[in-house]
Design a protein. Structure first.
Ligand SMILES: NC(=O)c1ccc[n+]([C@@H]2O[C@H](COP(=O)([O-])OP(=O)(O)OC[C@H]3O[C@@H](n4cnc5c(N)ncnc54)[C@H](OP(=O)(O)O)[C@@H]3O)[C@@H](O)[C@H]2O)c1
Length: 252
């Protein structure tokens, strides 16, 4: 496959200032995308990411707010108005046992992980005029496992899996493919952002790596290669698929 597989394309990556999203945005840019619009609530990580490649366009936008979706649509319009690839990557994790959960926290996680992709996909649909347009959603293997202590996160990702399947069929007549990547544990800031202490993160990752047949937790490149693979034209007969990328963790 040519390294310029996304030549002239406009790509949106939510949560593109950090972690998996930042690495995915760079991968699209390195493979020729004309513009990769990266979003998030904080300007600073977006600006730092954008400094890494001239095709990266930082847009401060909260996925839970309709005005966030408007800002992304405006950025696509400024770049010709045709959207080729939308990656729903923004997400939050929190480890909170059931007896400490409250309604606001449940709503917060569902708003970001589920309401966000629904709002943004709906707003950007008219811009998906490109033949071979595609949506890739970052789910999690938590959607398919018992997740004691992070049940709401797992439920949010189960909802995401359901959206992927429904949208794949609903949007197929418009020529839009919809797929997902379900990572196992990947080295990013997500646990720290979710309030997990550094000691607990080290303990968790060591224990987790020991349960992964491949013997390690993931790196961001393990995930981004599948995000771009699902979005590229060579995958034009793949839709409604959720690729598990977890070193075999789900098998044991
Ligand atoms: N790392 C893992 O082990 C793992 C495993 C399975 C799945 N995932 C999934 O991978 C995705 C990326 O996570 P990551 O590991 O790369 O963690 P991360 O570095 O914490 O990335 C999360 C990104 O989402 C953005 N975000 C959060 N709330 C947002 C909102 N309301 N509006 C817009 N952007 C928002 C954050 O930016 P701001 O804070 O600036 O808004 C941040 O850039 C998530 O969907 C996560 O559930 C991760």
């Amino acid at each position: 496959m040519s390294s310029k597989v996304f030549a002239d394309q406009v790509v949106v990556v939510t949560g593109g200032g950090t972690g998996i999203g930042r690495a995915a945005a760079l991968a699209f840019a390195e493979q020729g995308a004309a513009s990769v619009i990266i979003t998030g609530r904080r300007a600073e990580p977006l600006a730092q990411a954008a400094a890494e490649h001239p095709a990266l366009v930082p847009v401060v936008a909260d996925v839970t707010r309709p005005e966030g979706a408007e800002a992304v649509a405006a950025a696509v319009a400024e770049r010709g108005g045709q959207l080729d690839v939308l990656v729903h990557n923004a997400g939050v994790f929190a480890e909170i046992p059931l007896d400490d959960l409250n309604a606001d926290e449940v709503r917060r996680q569902l708003e970001i992980n589920v309401v966000g992709p629904v709002l943004l996909t709906g707003r950007l649909l008219p811009l998906f005029t490109s033949p071979g347009a595609s949506v890739v959603v970052v789910s999690s293997i938590s959607s398919r496992l018992a997740a004691p202590g992070h049940s709401v996160y797992a439920a949010s990702k189960a909802a995401v899996d359901s959206l992927i399947r429904s949208w794949a069929v609903e949007l197929a007549p418009k020529g839009i493919r919809v797929n997902g990547v379900a990572p196992g544990n990947v080295e990013t800031d997500i646990l720290g952002v979710g309030g997990v202490t550094p000691d607990r993160i080290s303990e968790w990752r060591e224990g987790y790596a020991a349960t992964v047949p491949a013997g390690r937790i993931g790196g961001v490149a393990d995930i981004t290669s599948w995000i771009t693979r699902l979005a590229e034209p060579a995958s034009s007969w793949v839709t409604g698929e959720i690729i598990t990328v977890d070193g075999g963790r789900l098998l044991v």
